[in-house]
Ligand binder design. Structure first.
Ligand code: PMP
Length: 408
């Protein structure tokens, strides 16, 4: 018989544990570089001005109610999401090869795709999901929960603190034909290291040659470079190359809608004559999975995003807000690197400015990370990752000095 007292204790989520430790710290010097959430120059959460405007507009709508959304979510939202991601002129959209479901943010989108693949991908055949090493920790849990076997491909070179491109290509090339390859569309988490466009082309070729199936996770579009099209370049290239694929899209970071859980899952079928009917069948199965998981997605965040995505003026304001966030982070990268260079801190720090997006993989060791926490009240994950958004004009020098001390 089942006995609940036989359930083992699970480890605490490392990131949320770190947040709790930060909150408990009473030092006025403390610096939070843990969680990947944007902060303004006063270390405060930032409600995007465009989100405030959309919110006002939303509340002026006399027809607003709390009815259920459809199973696939708000259609204006999912349609606009396709265009943001794939481009307004996307052939895949024109040929009706894209089916989209509103999800519980990016996490829910990865999960819905994982669930679908576990059920339908190469049924009865060997299959495995290849994740970058390292990757967003939740990828492991999500794909494991649906019983898909996990393998990894090399991604980060500890030596160059950049991309281990040869290692990555080699592993993808050696993976059994028809493997699922999970790719970060931009601003790789946790390393901040992205392939160049030339490298993406080669990755696409290798995946094509091996008949692999790409699964893009896009959690930082527009937040990385400040340019929505640029951050979606890899996805659009793969679509052009005719791949079938899954895409998970999150609006947590680029709209600052973290807790509202606005996101989208897209399935794109390849350019065949019956692609649209195939897409319909896929969508019919996704609808059943979605129904059993969440019935229908939450409305508020999607309504906000939809208002912005479907209004030219608000859309332009959103793009400006994206440039504000990405610009401040890029500025912090430059200031941090300059401060370390100026002190002659041992090591090279080019990777701080070469890396992109929310995170930087500093190369600090676990021992150094713990010393930073204990002696300097600086909170970051043990793998040496820092959330760049936690740095601001008031604390970057303090942080640079602390780093200088622990690496000497
Ligand atoms: N994928 C990656 C790589 C991420 O970094 C994140 C955000 N931490 C997500 C997905 C999804 O986050 P959310 O569910 O908040 O959209």
């Amino acid at each position: 018989a089942f006995r609940s007292d036989a359930v083992p204790q699970a480890p605490e989520d490392p990131l949320f544990g770190l947040m709790a430790a930060y909150r408990k710290d009473t030092s006025d010097k403390k610096v939070d570089l843990g969680i990947g959430a944007y902060r303004d120059d006063n270390a405060k959460p930032w409600i995007l001005p465009v989100v405030k405007h959309a919110d006002q507009k939303l509340h002026e709508d006399p027809n607003l109610n709390h009815e259920y959304l459809p199973i696939a979510g708000l259609a204006e939202f999912t349609n606009a999401s396709q265009k943001v991601l794939l481009g307004v002129d996307s052939l895949a959209i024109k040929e009706q090869r894209v089916r989209s479901f509103q999800t519980i943010s990016g996490t829910g989108a990865v999960h819905l795709g994982a669930l679908f693949l576990a059920k339908f991908y190469r049924q009865g055949q060997e299959k495995a999901v290849y994740l970058s090493s390292p990757t967003w920790a939740n990828h492991n849990q999500i794909f494991t929960n649906v019983q898909l076997p996990i393998k990894t491909y090399p991604y980060f070179s500890a030596k160059t603190k950049g991309l281990d491109f040869d290692g990555m290509i080699d592993a993808i090339d050696r993976a059994p034909d028809g493997s699922i390859i999970v790719l970060h569309a931009c601003a790789h988490n946790p390393t901040g290291v992205d392939p160049t466009q030339e490298q993406w082309k080669q990755i696409a070729k290798t995946i094509h040659n091996k008949n692999h199936f790409p699964f893009f996770d896009c959690a930082y579009q527009g937040f990385a470079s400040g340019d929505l099209a640029r951050d979606a370049w890899a996805i659009r290239h793969f679509i052009q190359e005719g791949f079938e694929m899954c895409i998970a899209q999150s609006y947590a970071k680029n709209f600052g809608l973290y807790g509202e859980r606005a996101g989208c899952f897209h399935f794109v079928t390849g350019p065949a004559s019956d692609a649209s009917e195939t897409a319909n069948r896929v969508a019919s199965q996704l609808a059943i999975l979605q129904r059993s998981e969440i019935s229908n997605p939450p409305a508020y965040g999607a309504r906000i995003a939809s208002l912005v995505l479907n209004d030219d003026k608000l859309f332009a304001e959103w793009e400006a807000n994206l440039r504000t966030m990405s610009g401040r982070i890029i500025d912090m990268r430059q200031k941090l690197k300059a401060a370390l260079d100026k002190m002659g801190t041992p090591g090279t720090w080019d990777h701080i400015t070469d890396q992109i997006g929310m995170f930087s993989f500093t190369g600090l060791t676990e021992k150094q990370v713990l010393r930073l926490r204990e002696e300097f009240h600086v909170y970051m994950t043990k793998n040496g990752r820092i959330s760049m958004a936690g740095l601001n004009s008031k604390n970057f020098e303090y942080f640079a000095k602390a780093v200088d001390q622990v690496v000497r």
